[in-house]
Design a protein around this ligand. Structure first.
Ligand code: CMC
Length: 440
């Protein structure tokens, strides 16, 4: 018998099944042969929230959550953060290999060529109320780009896909900066192609009346590192959304908008904004023990802690702490950092967090750095979305080129009523099952 297989005995029927393994996994469809009656549908797997289900094969990002390892295309995140620029890493994630210098230059030029947004898209942004949350503006504006580039619907054509991928990566910082400036009624600043990816973004965010805005090099590099850390993270909630929406062959703009919507939730990319809110609520170090008790009593979460995959220190959080030191040398230390460090120290010694393997994740310190750099908390998730677009698009393209993939369509275990018959309005009660009224 094939060693790479398992044998299942169905105790209901005493039947034996030899199930081949694929890369150490059971293919769920192979379980369908397990039936009691021949007319049965066959066995399914039940896995709410995908706790133990691989939905795809991917060669982009590797995570070992127990050991705290993260690699893009095989390269450790620490080495990439130390040695690369964000656009270099974006090229790696999209193409599988690091670019040589000519390839990198060509890629940078291509991105720069697409940084402007159509003037009608600017008008679209102007339609939002002054106090609109920037994440809502970004999600809607990215979706609206689908109408500006109708050719994007040809998702099966690689050349078209590549063009839309470049457009999306190039335009995200512009849209995000415009969403910010809209809030303050500031004029929009056009992209400046003399600048690097992050310097250009900072210029579009903060340029006022000075003839040339000069970004602080340390802060621009810190932002570049933060973008590298956020570029991809395998099958997280937003990436899974990107793949699911894209699997219907929806265009990349509406698919990215859907992924960004998933990112905006407080359990995912919205956590960085929540961390700042939490630190504000705690206020001083003296209040930390009471806050920890509040969390342990089940009355709230320690935002920026815990992860579905990491059961060890999130390697990104370690790099972010190092980056914070560089940023604070420029901006001065932020009082919130002291509270965060103490909160982390106390939590990591507390049995509640130790037992559940809850460690700081990427969102725990990123917000503190962003705030020190001058970003408002409601922009933090927007900052997460700029680099994550790279991961979403790489995973989307991988899904489209994977011949095993089809439209995403999970099964369910139905728990509702058996068939019952229509009850006319005058026979229906309030708050009572309609069937009971009908029988009365
Ligand atoms: N504070 C307090 N308790 C927690 C926390 C937390 N942050 N996270 C998990 N737990 C507890 C949870 O209550 C459960 O306890 P019990 O076993 O007694 O019921 C146990 O730890 C296991 O948690 P879970 O909810 O089953 O874990 P999950 O894998 O479903 O959730 C998570 C992962 C990230 C949603 C969760 O840890 C969380 O809500 N963290 C806070 C939000 C956050 O920081 N999110 C950012 C995630 S990383 C970046 C990103 O993806 O965007």
């Amino acid at each position: 018998m094939d060693q790479e297989s398992i044998t299942i005995i169905d105790n209901r029927t005493d039947a034996q099944y030899h199930i081949p393994l694929f890369k150490g996994c059971v293919r769920a469809a192979d379980l369908r042969q397990i039936k009691v009656q021949t007319e049965d549908f066959g066995m399914m797997t039940y896995d709410p929230a995908f706790m133990n289900t691989a939905s795809c094969q991917s060669s982009i990002t590797y995570i070992d959550g127990e050991k705290g390892i993260l690699r893009y295309r095989g390269y450790p995140i620490e080495e990439l953060a130390q040695n690369c620029t964000f656009l270099e890493v974006a090229y790696l994630i999209l193409n599988g290999e690091l670019p040589n210098s000519a390839e990198l230059q060509e890629w940078i030029d291509r991105v720069k060529h697409h940084t402007m947004i159509h003037e009608t898209t600017k008008k679209f942004l102007e339609g939002f109320r002054y106090d609109a949350h920037p994440m809502g503006m970004v999600i809607s504006t990215v979706a609206a780009l689908s109408t500006v580039y109708p050719e994007c619907r040809d998702v099966t054509d690689r050349e078209t896909r590549r063009k839309e991928i470049t457009r999306l990566i190039a335009k995200m910082p512009t849209i995000c900066a415009y969403a910010y400036r809209h809030h303050f009624g500031l004029p929009y600043i056009y992209p400046d192609n003399d600048l690097s990816f992050t310097e250009n973004f900072m210029n579009m965010m903060w340029k006022m009346v000075e003839p040339k805005y000069v970004a602080n090099k340390t802060l621009a590099r810190a932002l570049d590192i933060l973008f590298i850390l956020h570029a991809d993270h395998e099958q997280n909630c937003s990436t899974n959304t990107m793949r699911a929406v894209g699997s219907s062959l929806a265009d990349p703009y509406v698919s990215v908008a859907a992924a960004a919507a998933a990112l905006s939730g407080p359990l995912h990319g919205g956590a960085n904004e929540e961390v700042l809110r939490m630190l504000d609520e705690i206020g001083t170090k003296d209040n930390i023990p009471a806050f920890i008790k509040h969390v342990k009593d089940g009355k709230g979460k320690l935002m920026g802690f815990g992860h579905r995959v990491y059961k060890n220190y999130d390697p990104r959080a370690r790099i972010i702490k190092w980056t914070a030191d560089q940023v604070f040398k420029v901006t001065g230390r932020n009082a919130k950092l002291e509270i965060a460090i103490e909160l982390e120290r106390i939590a990591l010694e507390d049995e509640y967090f130790v037992k559940r393997k809850l460690y700081p994740n990427v969102d725990f310190y990123s917000g503190i750095i962003y705030q020190a750099m001058g970003f408002r908390p409601d922009l933090f998730t927007v900052l997460f979305s700029i680099p994550r677009v790279v991961g979403w698009l790489a995973q989307w393209e991988e899904m489209l080129e994977d011949h095993e993939q089809k439209i995403a369509r999970p099964r369910q275990i139905y728990t509702g009523h058996d068939e019952r018959h229509f009850v006319p309005m005058d026979k229906r009660g309030t708050g009572q099952p309609a069937q009971a009224v009908a029988q009365a």
